[in-house]
Write a protein that binds this ligand. Structure first.
Ligand SMILES: [Zn+2]
Length: 389
């Protein structure tokens, strides 16, 4: 949008410049006509020296800069038109296919990813139509877990946490196996906490207290501080404005719990909480301007954009698109691999194994770190491992 606004501003400038240029050019032409008419009158007089008259006309026109002025006004107008052209190009990139590299895509898998995305987002009607049109055979199995997930999510949005609690209870063993007991316990407690607060707001303190007695028992040890805050809420039911526990009444708690439930549920399904298709499309859109620029710059060069195995520039997409830690060796500029892991020198600098072996020339011979005066031997260096974020 911003680019379209800029293009519109440039278009306004062109219109203004065109009007100014037209009126100034008209003035110049009038002057020129005047000069020519004057010269013509003189030439038609008896005994006139035509050559001298023509020379005079030429000199007059040059002296008054008439032709130069017309050229200047036209140049200014062209400048503005050029700028508008560039702004329009920027606002409407017409051919994004220029950034398309020939990749063999498995259409069957792509169809499945799209269908799964639609079901994961809860767009069941669209998903069903897509599945039918794409001829996906295992669609029922694809859809079933998400139908159950969205049934629970719908209840959470309607402020009913019982189905979510039931789900957490039924899947407790698997949740603990993948997330650990502490995290699962905390998740269950957050569900109970919200149910308690909802009870307090809709049914009053007596019912809320009853719910707390029935549900908070298993969390007494791990969540005592939070349970105390919840009990504190009971005193401020009639004066919510004065409550120091107002944060516990924030409507966003419901969307937080819904998101957390989705994450847990997708985790058990072996799926990322964020739709992989959405992530891929978002990353592609961010990279597109750079890719288009590269395609233009690299066109006709020896290293072709369409066939090069590695892009000559790094595409920074931001932290939200970083899913794994990456280490690039400062010496070779290559990314580490399991065969070429990052190695920690005793001084604290890190190089890839291959670079280190080249510098060390042997296991016991001391060598100087390329980044500081400290010495090391290959035997004193350790491979390091980055945990996935
Ligand atoms: Zn060092």
């Amino acid at each position: 949008m911003e680019n379209i606004d800029l293009a519109l501003k440039e278009a306004e400038k062109v219109v203004k410049r065109q009007r100014a240029s037209a009126s100034k050019t008209d003035d110049c032409l009038d002057k020129l006509i005047q000069e020519v008419a004057e010269a013509r009158k003189q030439i038609s007089a008896p005994g006139a020296n035509v050559n001298a008259m023509m020379r005079g006309l030429n000199e007059n026109v040059n002296k008054r800069d008439i032709i130069k002025d017309i050229a200047d006004y036209t140049k200014e107008l062209h400048g503005a038109v050029n700028k508008l052209g560039k702004a329009v190009d920027k606002a409407f990139v017409q051919d994004i296919c220029a950034a398309l590299r020939p990749v063999q895509l498995d259409e069957g898998i792509i169809d499945q990813v799209i269908a799964e995305h639609l079901y994961q987002q809860g767009n069941f009607t669209v998903g069903d139509t897509f599945v039918e049109e794409a001829g996906i055979s295992n669609s029922a199995a694809l859809k079933k877990p998400y139908t159950a997930m969205h049934a629970v999510l719908k209840q959470i949005i309607a402020h009913n946490l019982q189905p979510a609690l039931k789900w957490a209870n039924e899947h407790q063993e698997r949740l603990i196996a993948s997330n650990g007991e502490v995290a699962v316990h905390a998740f269950e407690f957050r569900l109970h906490r919200l149910q308690f607060l909802h009870c307090l707001q809709t049914a009053g303190p007596a019912k809320a207290l009853e719910y707390a007695r029935a549900s908070f028992g298993p969390y007494q040890e791990s969540e005592m501080a939070e349970i105390q805050r919840l009990m504190g809420c009971l005193c401020f039911v009639r004066r919510p404005g004065a409550s120091p526990y107002a944060d516990l009444m924030a409507p966003s708690l419901w969307s937080d719990v819904a998101r957390e439930y989705s994450r847990q549920c997708c985790g058990l399904l072996g799926q990322a909480c964020e739709s992989p298709l959405l992530v891929a499309v978002a990353a592609g859109s961010l990279a597109l301007p750079t890719l288009l620029k590269l395609a233009t710059v690299m066109a006709g060069q020896t290293q072709d954009f369409l066939t090069c195995s590695q892009l000559p520039v790094e595409l920074e997409l931001g932290r939200q698109f970083v899913f794994h830690s990456v280490f690039a060796c400062p010496v070779s500029r290559e990314q580490s691999t399991p065969d070429n892991p990052p190695m920690l020198l005793p001084c604290g600098h890190v190089l890839c194994k291959v670079s280190l072996q080249k510098i060390a020339k042997g296991n016991v011979r001391p060598f100087k770190c390329p980044y500081c005066p400290a010495e090391a031997t290959l035997n004193s260096c350790r491979a390091i491992f980055f945990p996935d974020i």
